[in-house]
Design a protein around this ligand. Structure first.
Ligand code: F1P
Length: 351
């Protein structure tokens, strides 16, 4: 019987479909959010997976709307609030992200921010009755994306899709909004096509280290992919802005390292050169890209082409099922149980 984590990873395209339907029903709250946030800088805030989501969301939101946005870990709001919400904080729209809406730091950060800026906080979650959501004024919730698993997979992609949708509506970019509607079908095709490849990577071999590389909004995806392999398979992993890897970390390259490239069209040329260099140094490489040219093909040990026809900003979540499956199958190959990751609980509650 398939475990719950695998089931949730594979369920993503259907859940994205439901998320898009929920969003188009949220018309009133969406209008209120747009009105309130009109000229404000958006600050996305979360913990763990939800923090990495915030990193990607902030870059994506700036690219699509042309407005300033940033990301912060919720704990930073608790210890250094004036650096996250400078001045009286009234120039910012805080967007709190949490699957559970119950993580201690995010609940406390929401209260801290409200005490500074008043009742204008936005919440993104999977649980409508959670403490965080109940204390937010603008609430965007996708119950269908909630999970039984400790490890966040479909909640990450669905909440990112929700933020992509907010950016689409805020910018009035109809083409971008229409592109998002294609993601469920594209995602299902990619999972069908590449599930076997990911499983096969660990047949007969293992890796000691996994390093994930991406630029711009793809850096947050790289961080989240890094967390998946850690949580599910207790493997050493790192994430970098792609070109940062040359600045020291590449000294660690060897044949037991799997380097995973999340290639964007914008950074593609330079990322391809890096890929070729790292292959020459002996790394094993897994490349995820829109379409591969001969140079990428020659330097990839494993290759996933998304062939979505969508922009860097629209197709982001299509990269995630494969890297989540990578964590899952590495865990299985190591004889671990990805449904019960060591030392972890679904929600981190602090005293
Ligand atoms: C955040 C989080 C998860 C992590 C772990 C504990 O949860 O840090 O990313 O996998 O299970 O919680 P949330 O605030 O999004 O509910």
């Amino acid at each position: 019987m398939a475990g719950i984590t695998l089931e949730e990873i594979l369920s993503q395209p259907g859940v994205w479909q439901k998320a898009l339907a929920t969003l188009s029903d949220d018309h009133e709250v969406l209008q209120q959010y747009l009105h309130q946030s009109a000229n404000l800088e958006t600050v996305f805030i979360g913990c763990g997976t939800s923090y990495y989501l915030a990193l990607s969301a902030a870059r994506l939101y700036s690219l699509v709307t042309g407005q300033r946005s940033r990301a912060s870990a919720a704990s930073e709001v608790l210890f250094f609030p004036e650096t996250i919400m400078p001045g009286n904080g009234h120039s910012c729209m805080p967007v709190m992200i949490s699957r559970s809406g119950a993580t201690t730091e995010i609940v406390r950060a929401t209260e801290e921010i409200k005490s500074r800026v008043g009742d204008i906080v936005t919440g993104v979650s999977c649980r409508p009755e959670s403490e965080m959501i109940r204390s937010c004024r603008f609430r965007f919730v996708i119950p269908a994306a909630d999970e039984k698993s400790v490890v966040m997979t479909r909640s990450f992609t669905s909440m990112l899709l929700l933020i992509q949708y907010l950016a689409a509506v805020k910018s009035g970019n109809k083409g971008f909004e229409e592109a998002l509607l294609r993601l469920p079908e594209l995602g299902a095709n990619i999972i069908d096509k590449y599930h076997g490849l990911i499983k096969m990577i660990f047949e007969g071999r293992g890796f000691t280290t996994f390093v994930y590389l991406g630029q711009g909004p793809y850096y947050g995806l790289a961080c989240e992919a890094m967390l998946k392999i850690k949580e599910m398979s207790l493997s050493f992993s790192e994430a970098y802005h792609s070109l940062e890897f040359r600045h020291g970390p590449m000294s660690m390259v060897n044949e037991n390292m799997l380097l995973i490239f999340l290639i964007s069209e914008r950074a593609r040329m330079k990322e391809t050169i890096l890929l070729e260099e790292m292959k020459a140094l002996g790394a094993q490489t897994l490349v995820l890209c829109e379409t591969a040219d001969p140079a990428i093909r020659a330097a990839s040990d494993y290759l996933i082409e998304l062939r979505s026809g969508l922009s860097d900003e629209a197709r982001m979540i299509l990269y995630m099922p494969a890297v989540q499956l990578l964590g899952y199958y590495n865990s299985i190959a190591k004889g671990l149980d990805p449904d019960n990751p060591k030392n972890l609980t679904q929600v981190v509650i602090l005293n």
